[in-house]
Design a protein around this ligand. Structure first.
Ligand SMILES: [Zn+2]
Length: 292
């Protein structure tokens, strides 16, 4: 087995700290974000540098407090909002440990995908740490459905996701996408897929005072049968690829890498979180495993 292959069995952090500036998509608030390397076995932790005492919260599914528009984690009296695309970049690039400092409550949306996070992570580089990665290995199928929403995980010696969506809107229709979640595939096939919304929802969200930071720079916007972004789509099936990106981000909240095949149909942040609570109550269906 080559070094490259063994690499995935060790924990990693970033080689150096990186900086971002942007706007929260729902809050419209300016935010600066700094991501720093972190010690082995610490996971991904978020800190609010604008609050006294650098309050922190760990990025795990038990700390999710809201999923109505985005995935929000919190710790008592404070929240961190819209973490899913950054979490997808950590998971997709197999970066296990990091400290994320924000001077506001919502992460910057950047271009609506994980592209900017991914680019900067790649430029900073990964550092291997002297600790084994502890995987959650699925040992028997776990399935959960509600109406036509479905999530299942199945035994697999790799980490695969198959995502399917179906919208009445003719621009989207029915789309299915499946890939192994390894850095090469994440960078090429997933990281650039942007979030999307419908003009009718944009109007609705404006009425609610949400989506203040949203625009054609940070989302694909569909008006009936037309894509309003002048440059069109980045991938022919960008919509389902973005849903897969969201799925990676939400399952990153296991806090450990997964060995298994996730299949989702018409799912979203709320149901992903429900599923994770259900999965970890099924103690005979998974075990932890390391390889070094
Ligand atoms: Zn998303």
């Amino acid at each position: 087995m080559s070094c490259q292959n063994k690499d995935k069995y060790y924990q990693h952090t970033l080689k150096k700290e990186i900086h971002f500036k942007g706007k929260g998509v729902h809050s419209g608030k300016d935010v600066s974000m700094v991501i720093k390397p972190a010690p082995p076995n610490s996971g991904i932790n978020f800190f609010r540098s604008d609050l006294s005492g650098y309050k922190s919260v760990k990025a795990i599914f038990k700390n999710v407090t809201d999923t109505s528009l985005a995935t929000v984690i919190g710790n008592g009296d404070f929240i961190i909002s819209t973490i899913e695309h950054l979490m997808a970049a950590f998971s997709g690039l197999q970066i296990d440990n990091g400290e994320v400092y924000l001077d506001n409550y919502e992460l910057p949306i950047m271009d609506g995908s994980a592209f900017v996070f991914t680019e900067k992570f790649l430029r900073a580089g990964k550092k291997q740490q002297k600790a084994a990665r502890h995987f959650i290995e699925i040992t028997s199928p776990v399935e959960l459905s509600e109406g036509d929403t479905f999530v299942g995980v199945y035994p697999d010696n790799k980490y695969n996701i198959t995502c399917s969506i179906e919208f009445k809107n003719p621009v989207i229709g029915k789309q299915v996408f499946s890939t192994e979640i390894i850095p090469e595939n994440f960078v090429e096939e997933i990281s650039r897929a942007r979030t999307f919304g419908f003009m009718s929802d944009v109007e609705a969200m404006n009425l609610l005072g949400l989506g203040r930071g949203g625009s054609l720079e940070s989302a694909v916007v569909i008006d009936e049968d037309t894509i309003l972004n002048p440059d069109g789509l980045r991938y022919e099936n960008e919509f389902v690829r973005h849903k897969l990106l969201d799925c990676i981000g939400d399952f990153a909240l296991i806090g450990m890498p997964l060995l298994g095949h996730i299949k989702t149909s018409k799912s979203g942040h709320l149901f992903h979180n429900k599923f994770l609570h259900f999965l970890f109550s099924q103690k005979d269906s998974w075990r932890t495993r390391s390889f070094v």
